[in-house]
Ligand binder design. Structure first.
Ligand code: NAD
Ligand code: TYD
Length: 355
């Protein structure tokens, strides 16, 4: 088992990164320090970790900094004597990558390169560089079959192409320079603290507010939904136990069409929240809109490698995971309102501008 003293988590103010930091402090035996290196883009919300900051004070530190800045990356690694990097920071939304791919290249490719270079300069002091990647690097499946660790790369969107590039750089640094690395490629995550540009939180909040629920095309694209806490446990398992140079696919064993996901969310919101003023069921808000260009038909992961090697498995089923997530968005008004109104940006300016 690897043990770490000082972990640099990049993108820890985002959805999965913030869940990972919470997981490390509250659900593992980790007793070191985490430095959260985050540029606080529109997707970064340090409020997601206010409770962790209050509880774990000196062992948790937010550094407002950008992975596109090579010297900031190098300085942080040296100053905080980093012995592990868990790299989440990325531009992560496919739709944005279609409209404005530039930041995806700069952050996801150049930013990852900067981190790898700085990690390499740490020499033997660096125990592990872990890259959090996506199953979208493998492209699209037809109606059958699964992605595995040996599926060839065939990305289609600027987002997935940028993540594929960064995966290749991570492997190249392992093979060429002997940098200790691991990679996880996971399916679509859902759960608490997800920014409402992604399908599930967008549908939950729009359904609550009685707004239209935009489903791309016929809604027949399939995604394999993984609860974020199960993903974080898989990452923790890999960083502490997997051998350097290895890659792991992590999935939810929970394939659904988008239409089915949206229908299920509507039913849960109808059950948990007061009815719409019109009295109509939320499913009546579904609006089919123009399809996404290059929309991958189906993603599905065979995660038997991580299950067999480490006994990792999903703790959430689709039913209790979706229920728990809707309940979380209903119960966490302060977080939801700050994100919905954009007030979290003012809060960042006040609390973090000077750091
Ligand atoms: P997110 O968009 O919620 O968060 C990204 C975080 O990175 C934000 O806090 C943002 O401020 C930060 N960031 C962006 N650019 C930065 C930069 N230049 N320097 C420093 N920080 C920067 O993303 P997420 O959904 O939490 O995804 C995290 C990682 O997991 C990403 O690498 C993504 O590709 C991968 N992933 C996500 C999913 C998913 O379903 N969300 C699935 C598979 C893989
Ligand atoms: P998304 O959450 O953006 O994740 P990804 O594109 O990385 O899979 O989208 C999930 C699926 O939902 C995808 O097939 C696109 C679809 N989708 C909609 O139909 N409507 C929406 O408003 C959004 C955001 C996504």
């Amino acid at each position: 088992m690897r043990r770490f003293k000082n972990i640099l988590v990049t993108g820890g103010a985002g959805f999965i990164g913030s869940n990972f930091i919470r997981h490390a402090f509250e659900r593992t035996d980790f007793d070191g320090r985490i430095v959260n290196f985050d540029a606080l883009t529109y997707a970064g919300n340090p409020r997601s970790l206010s409770d962790i900051e209050a509880k774990f004070g000196p062992r948790y530190r937010l550094l407002h900094a950008d992975i596109r800045d090579a010297s900031a990356v190098r300085e942080a690694m040296e100053r905080f004597e980093i012995d592990a990097v868990v790299h989440f920071a990325a531009e992560s939304h496919v739709d944005r990558s279609i409209v404005a791919p530039d930041d995806f290249v700069q952050t996801n490719i150049v930013g990852t390169f900067n981190l790898l270079q700085a990690a390499r300069e740490r020499g033997g002091a660096l125990a592990l560089f872990h890259h959090v990647s996506t199953d979208e690097v493998f492209g699209s499946l037809g109606p059958t079959g699964f992605f595995t660790e040996t599926t060839p790369y065939a990305p289609h969107s600027p987002y997935s192409a940028s993540k594929a590039s960064s995966d290749h750089l991570v492997r190249a640094f392992h093979d060429t320079y002997g940098l200790p690395t691991t990679i996880t490629n996971c399916s679509n995550n859902y759960g608490p603290y997800q920014f409402p540009e992604k399908l599930i939180p967008l549908m939950i909040l729009n359904a609550l507010e009685g707004r239209p629920l935009p489903v791309y095309g016929a809604g027949l694209n399939v995604r394999d939904w993984l609860h974020v806490e199960d993903h974080c446990e898989a990452i923790w398992t890999v960083i502490t136990r997997a051998e350097s140079g290895s890659t792991w696919c992590v999935g939810g064993r929970n394939e659904r069409t988008n239409a089915d996901v949206v229908r299920t969310i509507c039913e849960i919101v109808d059950r948990m929240a007061p009815p719409l003023q019109s009295g109509a069921p939320r499913a009546s808000l579904v609006t089919h809109v123009a399809d996404r260009p290059g929309h991958d038909l189906r993603y599905a992961i065979d995660c038997s490698k991580i299950e067999n090697a480490f006994g990792w498995t999903q703790s959430y089923t689709a039913e209790n995971g979706f229920d728990q997530t809707v309940r979380w968005y209903l119960d966490n008004h302060a977080w939801v309102d700050s994100v919905r109104t954009g007030a979290y940006r003012d809060w960042i300016e006040k609390n973090y501008a000077a750091r």
